[in-house]
Design a protein around this ligand. Structure first.
Ligand code: FAD
Ligand code: FES
Length: 247
């Protein structure tokens, strides 16, 4: 376990990587493996990629890290993700990493909740929990079967990933919940955690200009024991205690 926490200490740097592999894994969703000199990263952290003709880098959660290969899973949205989807094996890629705080992994029975491409950091977290032999269960939700990204213990297709979640919590009895999903789901997960009195760590997404805590464009409000404070999603987060986020 202690070695895991040392991983978080790597200093953020600019890397020139090489696309090791890219494949379509679901409807409009791609997985890209990038080899580089990046030595370490932690589940919940992200990388920020330079896309040609775009002033602002595009942020993506780290979906896996092994032998200096960092993986991302991304959905086609606009020009930046189209550029990424068109890259071929051997192409070079410019990114900054590792960014953000990452999850605070503890030796506690963990329930992981993902939805859509929000499963990306959950897959990395699951592999890290498995490595540390921490009991965990990953449930994820997708709008249709064409959109399913594999790797969960349970997959909900069509309905909400939170349908029957109360029953799952009562039966599985998690000591901590982790989630990455659209804001509406994260808000409900945070309310659930308060209701069941379980610590929850959620990863937030915001449009990011600098991704390194300088522009203050991604600031949110946290309620820390009644005191309202500002926090930047890119540097202080993207992982926050669900119970502290002011929605
Ligand atoms: C910390 C963090 C982690 C992320 N991890 C992932 C990931 O693992 N996989 C993934 O597919 N996406 C992830 N995103 C979202 C991703 O950064 C955007 O989809 C991407 O920047 C879009 O770039 P584009 O040039 O293709 O689209 P743009 O042309 O910039 O935008 C097209 C449309 O995409 C949507 N969009 C753009 N940026 C975001 C954003 N930050 N959040 C939500 N919607 C957005 C908006 O509706 C916009 O109108 C993450 C975002 C953040 C902040
Ligand atoms: S994106 Fe600039 S401070 Fe977060």
């Amino acid at each position: 376990m202690p070695s895991y926490f040392l991983l978080a200490k790597e200093k953020m740097e600019n890397y020139k990587g090489t696309v090791k592999d890219i494949k379509k894994i679901a409807l409009d969703v791609y997985k890209m493996d990038i080899s580089s000199d990046l030595k370490n990263s932690k589940a919940g952290q992200f990388i920020s990629i330079l896309c040609p003709n775009k002033t602002l880098r595009r942020p993506f959660s780290i979906a896996g890290f092994k032998n200096n290969i960092v993986s991302i899973i991304f959905k086609l949205r606009g020009e930046g993700t189209k550029y990424l989807a068109d890259l071929k094996k051997g192409d070079s890629i410019d990114f900054i990493a590792p960014l953000g705080n990452g999850f605070d992994i503890q030796n506690k029975k963990s329930l992981l909740i993902g939805a859509g491409v929000g499963i990306a950091p959950m897959l990395f977290l699951k592999s890290e929990l498995d490595k540390c032999k921490i009991e965990n269960f990953l449930i994820s939700g997708f709008k249709s079967k064409e959109e399913v990204i594999k790797g969960s213990d349970k997959t909900v297709i069509g309905g909400s990933v939170l349908d029957n979640i109360d029953k799952l919590i009562e039966e599985y009895k998690p000591e901590v919940i982790f989630s990455c999903a659209p804001n509406i789901v994260l808000k409900m997960v945070s309310e659930l955690s308060i209701k069941h009195n379980i610590e929850t760590q959620i990863t937030l997404e915001r449009l990011m200009a600098c991704s390194i805590g300088v522009c203050r464009g991604c600031v949110i409000k946290l309620n820390k024991n009644g005191e309202l404070i500002n926090a930047s999603v890119c540097k202080d987060g993207p992982v926050f205690k669900g119970s502290e986020v002011v929605w």
